[in-house]
Design a protein around this ligand. Structure first.
Ligand code: FMN
Length: 185
């Protein structure tokens, strides 16, 4: 008989991609950063991403006020900080200063890029229809920055409850993607 798992633990199996940091800048000018694991690509053109970000997060207010954020993609060397950033609130702490993160100016949004991250995606809220029901924000990516000078590019994936997997080998099966040739470089 296979083992069973409570349905509330589905997130442990269907993890949604690399853990992100979400940076925001509130209308009063204060910048904040939080950890986010629940996200999904929705469409590639226009590039729409769904993120679950709820009122239990201080960042929620800034996102509601401004409709802007940056999705910053940390690598494995930042893993411990990433967890700590997701276990404290910007309402009582300047997280950029406390965690030694560098806020860099973005081009299309007021929220700062996170200098220590491998990639930064500037985003604007494109659709709020699902926020009330699911805390699900549909964001449109406006600009992407990649730090090509980094040696460490392995991303971390949250398996739930503080356990992570780390990117490993790459499997290139591009030649079999015959139906999707147009989408490939
Ligand atoms: C690994 C990890 C993943 C998380 N994923 C999410 C998420 O997908 N959505 C969310 O709203 N909060 C998520 N959180 C919780 C927030 O990061 C946490 O509530 C944080 O304290 C919010 O910061 P803020 O109050 O400064 O906005 C996650 C935390 C951790 C540690």
């Amino acid at each position: 008989m296979p083992d069973s798992l409570p349905v509330e633990k589905a997130y442990r199996i269907l993890e949604s991609g690399p853990v992100l940091l979400v940076s925001t800048r509130a209308a009063d000018g204060s910048a904040n950063v939080m950890t986010l694991g629940f996200h999904m690509m929705i469409l590639h053109d226009p590039p729409l991403v769904g993120v679950v970000l709820g009122p239990w997060d201080h960042s929620h207010r800034a996102l509601s006020e401004t409709g802007e954020c940056v999705l910053a993609v940390p690598t494995v060397d930042l893993a411990e900080k990433v967890v700590d950033i997701g276990n404290c609130s910007g309402s009582t702490l300047d997280k950029f200063a406390h965690f030694g993160l560098t806020p860099l100016p973005a081009e299309m949004v007021q929220a700062p890029l996170v200098g220590e991250c491998w990639a930064n995606l500037e985003c604007r809220v494109a659709d709020e229809d699902w926020v009330r029901r699911y805390d699900l924000w549909v964001l449109q990516v406006q600009r992407i920055w990649i730090d090509t000078s980094r040696e460490e590019t392995r991303l971390i994936h949250h398996q739930g409850d503080g356990r992570f997997s780390v990117d490993g080998d790459t499997l290139d099966l591009g030649e079999r993607m015959v139906k999707w040739r147009d989408l490939m470089d």
